[in-house]
Design a protein around this ligand. Structure first.
Ligand SMILES: [Zn+2]
Length: 511
């Protein structure tokens, strides 16, 4: 059975597994004591979406911050933060999340300390850009924290010598505000995130986690609240509150796939560069809108290389964040060296994003059997003419951006995710199908497969998930329309009517 099946109107489930799918009358006749029958109402049914790259728990925490993700002007940013400040006692932090200056209709620039001071001078304010690689703080936040102790990433006006409020990458942000939520806040964030996932038809995902986050997942799991299947991708870091050092990973003695179908360890996540939006993605040639800048390494490249090899040898799948073309070269070189040193036929190592690719790089990705972990919503949100990709990279390089069609045709495995920008699989599928570069478009069936079976393959779960078949987990989404037959442009308007997790209806849309 393929991905969508119009003739399926009911299914029989036992212990969370599909035992029969088809016509309602036939299914009813199968009913036995321990068999549960789910009436699918004759609507389009697809396998539950599987977001292969998302910051799920963090998204849940951000749901309680001031939401800036759909703000379309600097004025709107200031207004929303001022409203947030009004509800917050003086002196307490106001946190905002998700701004994207490319959506501004007034001035397309980063909000600085003076903009934020207009929202409040009596509350420290910190807002994080949509990409997570950049933040902005107001004057009180800068005064309180005195970030001069960290020079790197803390932006200073060359004329006045004053802080501009802009903070590039996590070290600079943490010098101003160390976002360290409590375990209770994490559990609460996770609950909000799970609700959001069900609303959008997501039943599986990969999250990038720290030790504290793993505790929150385990707490919810033990309480029977983890109604989502999570691949825990362990973040590599020498700072224990931010991730796992390579020594710890080796000492744990476990490897990829430890766990069960509710939660398991998948990969180890390392990052080489930042993001295009923040001008920190590492490029071979300078940014089109910043001619002296080629981006930056996020960490020491020799330590990253060594860690990739050690994680591989310890039996882990590795997932390497590489957005710029230069970062991708380093990622592929690291994987190649590791695989050569200790061959493993089914390593399924991943490169996260791989947004800018040359012919040579595509060949290496295919030959090394590396999975391209892509976020099609990026191209939907920023890839339109005059959008962020074109500004940062120029027209020529735009043609080499997010080459889904070419990748599939070349035999490269793709998994789709959202990176939470925004978390919405149907928006992602729409983006891949309506890619602004026509030659890079996928069919809706291919895009759906990348978001289901492709992601299942990336976490070694293709035998249990990703298609609607007898013997697979009863995870699915019932949709208002069939993405394979509607006009491609209206895919983004399709609504999730119902989400089913292990045979249980966990979401039903109110009409
Ligand atoms: Zn990410």
């Amino acid at each position: 059975m393929t991905n969508t099946e119009d003739s399926v109107s009911a299914m029989a489930v036992r212990s969370g597994i599909i035992i029969a799918l088809g016509n309602r009358d036939t299914i009813l006749s199968l009913a036995q004591k321990e068999t549960q029958i789910v009436d699918l109402g004759g609507k389009t049914v697809v396998p539950g979406f599987n977001d292969a790259h998302t910051h799920f728990l963090s998204m849940g925490l951000h749901l309680s911050h001031v939401n800036l993700s759909d703000a379309t002007s600097m004025e709107e940013i200031v207004k929303r933060l001022a409203e947030g400040a009004k509800k917050t006692p003086k002196g307490r932090w106001v946190l905002g999340h998700g701004w994207d200056e490319h959506k501004f209709t007034d001035e397309k620039r980063y909000p600085n300390r003076h903009d934020l001071d207009r929202a409040s001078k009596e509350h420290p304010i910190l807002i994080i850009r949509i990409c997570g690689h950049m933040s902005s703080a107001n004057s009180l936040a800068l005064q309180t924290s005195n970030p001069s102790r960290v020079a790197e990433g803390v932006d200073v006006d060359p004329k006045t010598g004053e802080f501009t409020g802009l903070l590039f990458e996590g070290v600079a942000r943490m010098a101003v505000y160390d976002l360290q939520p409590t375990l209770k806040e994490m559990r609460e964030g996770l609950r909000l995130a799970i609700r959001e996932a069900h609303r959008l038809g997501v039943t599986s995902l990969t999250d990038f986690v720290t030790p504290q986050m793993v505790r929150a997942y385990q707490d919810l799991r033990e309480r029977g609240e983890l109604k989502i299947r999570v691949g825990l991708s362990l973040r590599w870091s020498d700072r224990s509150h931010e991730g796992y050092s390579i020594d710890v990973l080796e000492a744990m003695g476990i490897r990829t796939n430890f766990g069960d179908e509710t939660s398991k360890i998948t990969c180890v996540k390392l990052a080489i560069d930042g993001s295009l939006g923040a001008h920190t993605a590492l490029l071979h040639n300078p940014y089109s809108d910043d001619s002296k800048n080629c981006g930056a390494f996020i960490d020491d490249i020799n330590r990253i290389r060594e860690s990739v090899e050690r994680a591989h040898c310890a039996g882990f799948q590795v997932a390497i964040h590489a957005i710029g073309d230069k970062a991708l070269d380093y990622a592929l070189e690291g994987i190649e060296k590791s695989v050569k040193a200790r061959p493993r036929s089914d390593h399924r190592h991943r490169v996260e994003h791989a947004e800018l690719t040359s012919d040579e790089q595509l060949r290496r990705i295919r030959d090394l059997k590396v999975i391209a972990s892509m976020q099609p919503n990026f191209i939907g949100v920023w890839g339109r003419p005059g959008g962020m990709y074109e500004r940062r990279l120029g027209r020529e390089r735009l043609l080499h951006c997010n080459m889904y069609r070419r990748m599939l045709d070349d035999g490269i495995s793709i998994c789709f995710g959202s990176d939470g920008m925004p978390f919405d699989p149907l928006l992602g599928i729409w983006s891949a199908v309506t890619h602004p570069i026509e030659s890079s478009r996928l069919t809706s069936e291919e895009a759906l497969t990348c978001y289901t079976l492709g992601s299942a393959y990336a976490s070694f779960d293709e035998k249990r998930k990703g298609t609607l078949e007898v013997g697979k987990l009863a995870d699915m989404a019932v949709l208002s329309d069939n993405p394979l037959s509607v006009d491609p442009d209206s895919i983004k308007d399709i609504k999730v009517e119902m989400t089913i997790f292990g045979g249980e209806i966990v979401y039903r849309r109110n009409h």
